[in-house]
Design a protein around this ligand. Structure first.
Ligand code: FBP
Length: 552
């Protein structure tokens, strides 16, 4: 198979490990833990895995050795750069404990465990994937592991393959489910351990013990390169406003980090929109105001960053979406009546007639294309798929109308031409940055040590990430420690608390302190492509988010 020159050279890269993992490892138990909230309920739901101590690794004197054992691994959910290095870390870690240990990969995500689809990951097979992006080594999937029948089906194959431990590499929901599985297998005394690893480009799986999820660093660096290139194009041609939507689902961490790296003119942060209870018109006024001010300075160009989940955070849109979800629920009479209407204008009028007065007003004020997307694009659960809604175009069209009104009133004398972009998939499988290559390998290696020590219900944790890799602190954090109770699909459930952008945190405050200047003046920064070789300040920098948080 042909591989690129970069891939060939990158295959030789030996990821860096923290000092504590470079030789024999000593496990040091810390304080007993409790969940971030709802302690009594969570303790009751997880009698076997609640309250366990934090674990920190230190350099030890005795090399761990054990009879050969088998481990299974699952990649769950959206791709994130570095997943292959987590697997490499697990592989090298378990072979270090006993060279006859084996690693099995379940294929296509959690569904592979339930459907007994697996492969053995051999040294030869793995070598082609070291330091590469993607999840194609075993594939990923979004099947949720939630039902006891799935756990039992999984156990059959784990027992058949004599697997001692399962590593689940996933986001907050997958790690929540990993913990439920750990508890279930512990309660049934199956002898199967479950360990989690924090993955997601969205950056919303983070807390005191998990400083960042893997993949965030590389993905945002890729988007920042592209944004920087667009900024330079905008500043060269001086004729377009680029509206760029960025992945990240509900959280705006990606948009915030990309803004810190590239200093665009406008950065919307969903969490701020929610906090200020901003309406769509207020957001549009804010954007149009900046565009008019720049136009007054003769600058009819700029760059605006828009988080993927924005519209869910605009209270009036949230209410409208909720009403539409109910109204158009699969199998409902209204849905059937609506589907029978072939004319789009009549269809929109029909929907408007069924909505509350407030939601009807918002719905009819939307550009026709967006109103159609809201009523047509639904997921298998009957929900509007907000990620498919072209928020960047919605805002572009609304800003255009607003600027036309301002022109009539003599408040805008410039020109407004737009280009639209959506960056997400471009970054999810990029070759991991040195940071992610090292971080992921360390996470995988950490998981192997936790397995060797017989732990279950833990997430691999590697901290102190703004220091050189040798000084990173590795260990384990009980997953129950990150949990609280939340309402999901009408029921209260224990889940890992999602970390949205903290409006009191240093990264957001930095944006606020600078955004007026960045809006009017042209302060673009062009980060360029990720570098793998060269000066450490170019190749090994962690994200600005991590650096600002650390300096707090
Ligand atoms: P995870 O939370 O599973 O890591 O996925 C994140 C993400 O990349 C989001 O940013 C995006 O909204 C979503 O996946 C897209 O999902 P899909 O790959 O199913 O289109």
């Amino acid at each position: 198979m042909a591989i690129s020159a970069l891939q060939q050279a990158r295959a030789q890269y030996q990821p860096k490990l923290p000092k504590s993992l470079q030789g024999p490892v000593k496990l040091v138990d810390g304080e007993k833990t409790q969940s971030v909230a709802d302690q009594a309920e969570i303790a009751k739901l997880f009698p076997n895995t609640y309250g366990m101590p934090l674990i920190t690794f230190e350099p030890g004197t005795e090399k761990a050795s054990a009879p050969a054992f088998n481990v299974g691994v699952i990649l769950s959910g959206g791709q994130a750069p570095g997943g292959h290095n987590v697997i490499s870390g697990i592989f090298d870690g378990i072979k270090n404990i006993n060279p006859d240990s084996k690693l099995y990969g379940f294929l296509g995500g959690p569904g592979g465990l339930v459907d007994h689809k697996y492969m053995e990951i051999t040294a030869e097979y793995l070598d082609a994937f070291r330091n590469t992006g993607g999840f194609d080594i075993i594939g990923s999937g979004r099947t949720k592991l939630e039902e006891e029948t799935q756990f039992d089906k999984g156990l059959e194959i784990l027992k058949k393959l004599d697997i001692k431990a399962l590593v689940i590499i996933g986001g907050d929901d997958s790690n929540t489910n990993a913990c439920v599985l750990a508890e279930y297998y512990a309660a049934k005394k199956t002898g199967v351990q479950v360990i989690g690893c924090p993955k997601t480009i969205d950056g919303d799986l983070k807390n005191e013990m998990i400083e960042t999820s893997f993949g965030f660093d590389t993905a945002v660096k890729v988007y920042s390169e592209l944004i920087g290139n667009i900024e330079r194009d905008a500043n060269s041609a001086k004729k377009y406003w680029h509206f760029i939507k960025l992945m990240g689902r509900s959280a705006s961490h990606i948009g915030l980090e990309a803004a810190l790296q590239t200093q665009p003119n406008i950065t919307l942060i969903s969490e701020e929109v929610a906090e200020k209870k901003q309406t769509l018109n207020e957001i549009v006024d804010y954007m149009a105001g900046i565009i008019a001010k720049r136009a007054a300075n003769g600058e009819n160009f700029g760059v605006a960053l828009i988080p993927e989940g924005l519209i869910e955070f605009v209270p009036e849109m949230k209410a409208l979406i909720a009403e539409l979800n109910d109204l158009l629920a699969e199998g409902s009479a209204t849905e059937a009546e609506f589907k029978a209407i072939k004319d789009e204008v009549a269809g929109r009028a029909f929907i408007a007639s069924k909505l509350s007065a407030a939601s009807a007003k918002v719905y009819t004020s939307l550009p026709a294309g967006i109103a159609n997307q809201l009523s047509l694009d639904r997921d298998p659960h009957g929900n509007v798929q907000v990620s498919l809604i072209e928020t960047e175009k919605l805002l572009g069209e609304m800003v255009k109308s607003r600027l036309a009104e301002m022109k009539k009133a003599g408040e805008f004398k410039g020109k407004f031409g737009t280009q639209y972009h959506f960056f997400g998939y471009e970054g999810r499988c990029a070759a991991p940055s040195n940071f992610d290559a090292d971080y992921c390998y360390s996470l995988g290696y950490t998981a192997s040590v936790l397995i060797g020590a017989g732990k279950t219900g833990y997430m691999a944790s590697v901290r102190n990430l703004t220091a050189p890799a040798a000084d990173w602190i590795a260990g384990g954090v009980p997953v129950t420690m990150m949990m609280n109770m939340e309402r999901r699909h009408g029921h209260m459930k224990p889940v890992i608390q999602k970390a949205l952008v903290d409006l009191n945190g240093a990264p957001f405050k930095y944006l606020v302190a600078n955004r007026e200047k960045w809006a009017i003046e042209t302060c673009f920064v062009y980060p360029g492509p990720i570098q793998y070789w060269g000066p450490t300040e170019v190749c090994d920098q962690p994200t600005k988010t991590l650096q600002l948080e650390k300096a707090e």
